[in-house]
Ligand binder design. Structure first.
Ligand code: DGY
Length: 325
C-alpha cells in the first residue's frame, strides 16, 4: 500500500457490501484473504501505517496493535455489536475512534434467542436424536416432557435492543410477565410491560432467563454457583450475549445436580468450546456455535455498517456505531 488514499486493513474475508462500499469510495483496501481468524503475528505485520482497521470479534485489538499501527490509525471498526475484544480506553488515549455495528443484527439474534429457548424448553433435540437413533417407541405420557412458555415469568438480563427484541417476540406466547435487570432502567421497557428488578429478584422469580447483555467486568461470571442455587429448579437459562457471563463449571454442576431445568447457549467461554467439554454432551444443555447473527440479511448489513462507520470517521462525522465520542 503506497498511495495517498486512506488505507484500510480488513482482518478477514467479509461479506461483499462492506468491501464494495469502501471500494466505491476510492479507499485502498487490503484484505486478509482467509475465512479463519487472523493470527496475531500477521495482524501486527499488516497494521503499520493504516488509517482504519476493519476487524472482527475474534481479533484482540489491544495497545500493542495500536502501537504497531502507529499515529496514522484513525478508526477501529468491528463488524460486531460486541466490542469487548477492543481496548477502548487505549483507543481513547490515542484519539482513535471505535465503532461497532448496532441495530443490524437485532432481529436475527432475537429470533435465534427465541428459537433456542423453544428448542431447550421443549427438549426438541433429544426428540430428534431419539428418532434418528431408533429410540422412538410407542407414545408415552411422561417421555421428553418440557416446559411451556405460557404463564411463565420471563427475565431479561440486558434490555438493550436485542433484549427488547426478545421480549417483544415472547409476549405473544402469553407469558405471565416480563421483568428485566440492566445497568439502568430503560424507557422502552413500558412498551413490553417489563418491570425492572434487582438481580437477586430476577434469579428468584424467573422461570426463564434470557441473557442478552454485554460482557463487562460487572457481568463476568455473574451466573455462578450462588446464582444457580438461587434460581428455581424448573428454570431455563438462555445465553445469546457473551459466554463469559456464565461460569461454565458452575452451570455444569447446576444442571447435573438438578438445580435448574436446562440451558441453551449460543455463546460460550472459550469459543469454540472443545467437543469434549462436559457441557457439550450434557443432556440438559443445548449449545449452538455462536450463530445468532448468521443470516445473510444481518451479515451483509454488518459488513456495510462497519464500512460506513470507517467512512464517517474519515469524514469526522457521527457514525452509526460510535462506541464513544
Ligand atoms: C456480535 O455482533 O457481537 C455477535 O455476537 C456476532 O454477530
Amino acid at each position: 500500500m503506497s498511495s495517498d488514499k486512506k488505507k484500510i486493513y480488513v482482518t478477514r474475508r467479509v461479506p461483499q457490501p462492506g468491501i464494495e462500499f469502501l471500494t466505491s469510495h476510492g479507499y485502498e483496501i487490503k484484505i486478509n484473504e482467509s475465512d479463519d481468524a487472523i493470527p496475531r503475528e500477521l495482524l501486527l505485520q499488516n497494521v503499520p501505517g493504516i488509517n482504519a482497521l476493519f476487524c472482527l470479534l475474534t481479533d484482540t485489538i489491544d495497545d500493542a496493535v495500536l502501537e504497531a499501527a502507529g499515529p496514522s490509525l484513525e478508526v477501529v471498526a468491528t463488524m460486531s455489536v460486541g466490542f469487548e475484544h477492543i481496548d477502548v480506553d487505549a483507543c481513547k488515549k490515542r484519539g482513535i475512534r471505535v465503532c461497532n455495528t448496532p441495530n443490524v443484527s437485532t432481529d436475527s439474534v432475537a429470533e435465534l434467542t427465541v428459537a433456542l429457548l423453544l428448542l431447550t424448553a421443549r427438549r426438541m433435540l433429544e426428540g430428534v436424536a431419539a428418532v434418528k437413533e431408533g429410540k422412538w417407541g410407542k407414545w408415552k405420557p411422561m417421555w421428553l416432557c418440557g416446559i411451556e412458555l405460557t404463564q411463565r415469568t420471563v427475565g431479561i438480563l440486558g434490555l438493550g435492543r436485542i433484549g427488547y427484541g426478545v421480549a417483544r417476540r415472547l409476549k405473544p406466547f402469553g407469558v405471565k410477565n416480563i421483568v428485566y435487570h440492566d445497568v439502568c432502567k430503560v424507557s422502552y421497557a413500558d412498551d413490553v410491560g417489563a418491570t425492572f428488578v434487582d438481580f437477586d429478584t430476577l434469579l428468584r422469580d424467573c422461570d426463564i432467563i434470557c441473557i442478552c447483555c454485554n460482557l463487562t467486568p460487572q457481568t463476568r461470571h455473574i451466573f455462578n454457583k450462588e446464582a444457580f442455587k438461587a434460581m428455581k429448579k424448573e428454570a431455563i437459562v438462555i445465553n445469546t450475549g457473551r459466554g463469559g457471563v456464565i461460569n461454565h463449571d458452575d452451570l455444569y454442576d447446576a444442571l447435573t445436580n438438578d438445580e435448574i431445568f436446562a440451558a441453551g447457549l449460543d455463546v460460550t467461554e472459550p469459543e469454540p468450546l472443545p467437543a469434549d467439554h462436559p457441557l457439550v454432551s450434557h443432556p440438559k444443555c443445548i449449545i449452538l456455535p455462536h450463530m445468532g447473527s448468521n443470516t445473510w440479511d444481518s451479515r451483509n448489513q454488518m459488513s456495510e455498517t462497519a464500512a460506513k462507520n470507517i467512512h464517517s470517521a474519515f469524514l469526522k462525522e457521527v457514525a452509526v456505531g460510535d462506541v464513544y465520542r
